[in-house]
Design a protein around this ligand. Structure first.
Ligand SMILES: C[S@@+](CC[C@H](N)C(=O)[O-])C[C@H]1O[C@@H](n2cnc3c(N)ncnc32)[C@H](O)[C@@H]1O
Length: 415
C-alpha cells in the first residue's frame, strides 16, 4: 500500500469524519452490543458492510483513482515475477490439468491478467494455458467488474473464469489443485485491536463519545476483557509478552482464512505477499502503538475510527500466525523472505533489462524508478514479505531445493 502519491488538491475534505453513510449502522451496532462494540466488529462493518462498507460498496479502491496504489499497478514486472513463481509451482506439482489459480482480493485484476497474458504469449507454455482456470474470491462488486474487464482484455477465456464470495465456493468438493494467491489481501481482513493493561490483555471496543468537531457524537475506544475467540493468554501462549500500555492487533480472521485455504487445498500452494513481520518483530516495543492505519485519498490517517466505511483500514500481517494456521492443516512452510529478495530471485532485474529495450528513455527511467520502489529497503523491499506454503506435492518435488523466489534469503527460522 502506497500513500506516497500527492493528495488531489481539487478534492477538499471538510466533512465531519463521523458523517459517513455507515455511521447510523455503527451507532446501532454499538447500542446492540451494550454500549461497547469490539473493534473487530467495527472493522468488519467498516470494510464489509454490504451497503456502506469500504470494500463491499462504493467505487474501485486501488489505483490512482482510489485511495492507494499497490505493486501490480506500480510496475507490471511485479506481476511477471509472481507468474514465474506460479509456473514453477505448477511444474513441480507435476503439471496437473486443470490447474486453478484462486486470487483473493484481486483489486483491479492486473496480477491475474499477467498470468493469462504470459500463458497465452509463449508457445512453450501452451500446456499451462490449457490447464489454467481462474477464480476470484472478491467481495467488492466494483473490483469484480474491473477484474472481469482487465482479464477479458488480457485474452482470458470467459468460460474458464469465475468469481465467488467465499473461499469454499472457489474450491471443488474433492479439493483444489492449484495456487491460492493473496497480494495485499490478508492485511484487508478485520483485526482484533488489543492493549496490554496493568493486569493483563484487554480488547479495545468502540464507544460513542462527544468527539465530533461541532459537538456531535463521535467515536472512541475503551478497554474491555477479551471476548471469545480472542483469549486473554493469546500472547503468553506464544511465549510473547507485551509491555504494559502497548497496543497491537491480532489477525484472527486472517488466520482462520488461511487455515480454511490450506484445508481446501489438495495439491499446490498458498502464496501471500503483504506487509508484515514474524510475530517476535511485530509484537516488539518498536511497534508500541501497533500498526493499525487508515488510508484515505492517498494519505495515511492515524486514527482508525475516522471516516467509518469511507476509509481503508489495515494492519501489518503476523506471518508467524499465518504460517502456523496453514501448518495446522497439513501445509509446509516452503519459503519466507522479504519482497526484494523474492522479486530479485524471480528475475526482476533481468526482466527490467529486457523490457527497457522496448521503451523510450523516459519510460525506461519510470520503469527503473518503480522497480527501485519495489526492492529498496526504504520502499517496499523489506516491509513486504513473501510467504509460500505448499501441500500435497508429489514425492521428489522437495528434492529440487528451494522454490524460485526463496533461493537467496531464507527467513523461515524467524517465523
Ligand atoms: C488492499 S486491496 C488489494 C488489491 C490487489 N490484490 C492489489 O494488490 O492491488 C484488497 C482487496 O481485497 C478485497 N477484499 C477485501 N475484503 C475481502 C474479503 N473479505 N473477501 C474477499 N475479498 C476481499 C478488496 O475488494 C480488494 O480487491
Amino acid at each position: 500500500m502506497n500513500p506516497a502519491d500527492p493528495p488531489d488538491p481539487a478534492e477538499p475534505d471538510n466533512r465531519s469524519p463521523w458523517s459517513t453513510p455507515l455511521m447510523p449502522e455503527i451507532r446501532q451496532a454499538i447500542r446492540q452490543a451494550g454500549g461497547a462494540l469490539p473493534f473487530v466488529r467495527f472493522m468488519e462493518l467498516a470494510l464489509g458492510h454490504p451497503r456502506a462498507g469500504y470494500y463491499a460498496s462504493g467505487p474501485l479502491r486501488t489505483g490512482r483513482e482510489g485511495d492507494f496504489v499497490t505493486a501490480p499497478a506500480l510496475a507490471p514486472l511485479f506481476g511477471e515475477c509472481i507468474v514465474a513463481q506460479v509456473l514453477e509451482i505448477w511444474r513441480r506439482c507435476g503439471e496437473p490439468s486443470p490447474f486453478t489459480v484462486v486470487e483473493a482480493g484481486g483489486g483491479d485484476g492486473r496480477l491475474a491478467a499477467a498470468l493469462w497474458r504470459i500463458a497465452r504469449a509463449l508457445p512453450a507454455l501452451a500446456p499451462f494455458a490449457v490447464a489454467l482456470r481462474g477464480v476470484g474470491v472478491e467481495t467488492s462488486p466494483a473490483h469484480r467488474e474491473r477484474q472481469r474487464q482487465t482479464l477479458w482484455a488480457a485474452g482470458a477465456d470467459a468460460e474458464r473464469l469465475a468469481w465467488v464470495d467465499t473461499l469454499e465456493e472457489a474450491c471443488p468438493p474433492e479439493g483444489l489443485t492449484g495456487v491460492i494467491l493473496g497480494h495485499e489481501f490478508l492485511d484487508a481482513l478485520p483485526l482484533h485491536w488489543v492493549e496490554r493493561g496493568e493486569s493483563g490483555l484487554m480488547e479495545l471496543a468502540v464507544v460513542e463519545s462527544p468527539g465530533g468537531p461541532e459537538g456531535e457524537p463521535g467515536l472512541d475506544v475503551v478497554p474491555m476483557p477479551p471476548q471469545p475467540p480472542l483469549s486473554s493468554d493469546y500472547f503468553s501462549a506464544l511465549g510473547l509478552d507485551l509491555p504494559p500500555g502497548m497496543r497491537a492487533e491480532v489477525g484472527l480472521a486472517a488466520q482462520d482464512w488461511t487455515a480454511r485455504a490450506a484445508r481446501l487445498l489438495t495439491r499446490g500452494a498458498l502464496l501471500f505477499i503483504d506487509y508484515g513481520h514474524p510475530a517476535r518483530d511485530l509484537y516488539h516495543p518498536a511497534f508500541f502503538h501497533g500498526t493499525l492505519t487508515g488510508y484515505r485519498q492517498h494519505r495515511k490517517v492515524e486514527n482508525p475510527l475516522l471516516f467509518p466505511g469511507a476509509m481503508d483500514l489495515t494492519g501489518h500481517v503476523d506471518f508467524s500466525a499465518i504460517a502456523r494456521a496453514a501448518v495446522g492443516e497439513g501445509a509446509a512452510v516452503a519459503g519466507f523472505t522479504p519482497q526484494a529478495w523474492f522479486l530479485l530471485d524471480c528475475g526482476l532485474l533481468e526482466r527490467l533489462e529486457r523490457q527497457s529495450a522496448r521503451l523510450s528513455p523516459e519510460d525506461q527511467a519510470l520503469a527503473r524508478q518503480a522497480v527501485m520502489r519495489l526492492v529498496l529497503p526504504q520502499g517496499m523491499g523489506e516491509r513486504f514479505k513473501a510467504l509460500l506454503l505448499t501441500k500435497g506435492f508429489p514425492p521428489g518435488a522437495a528434492d529440487e531445493g528451494p522454490f524460485m523466489g526463496f533461493r537467496s534469503r531464507d527467513l523461515r527460522g524467524r517465523l
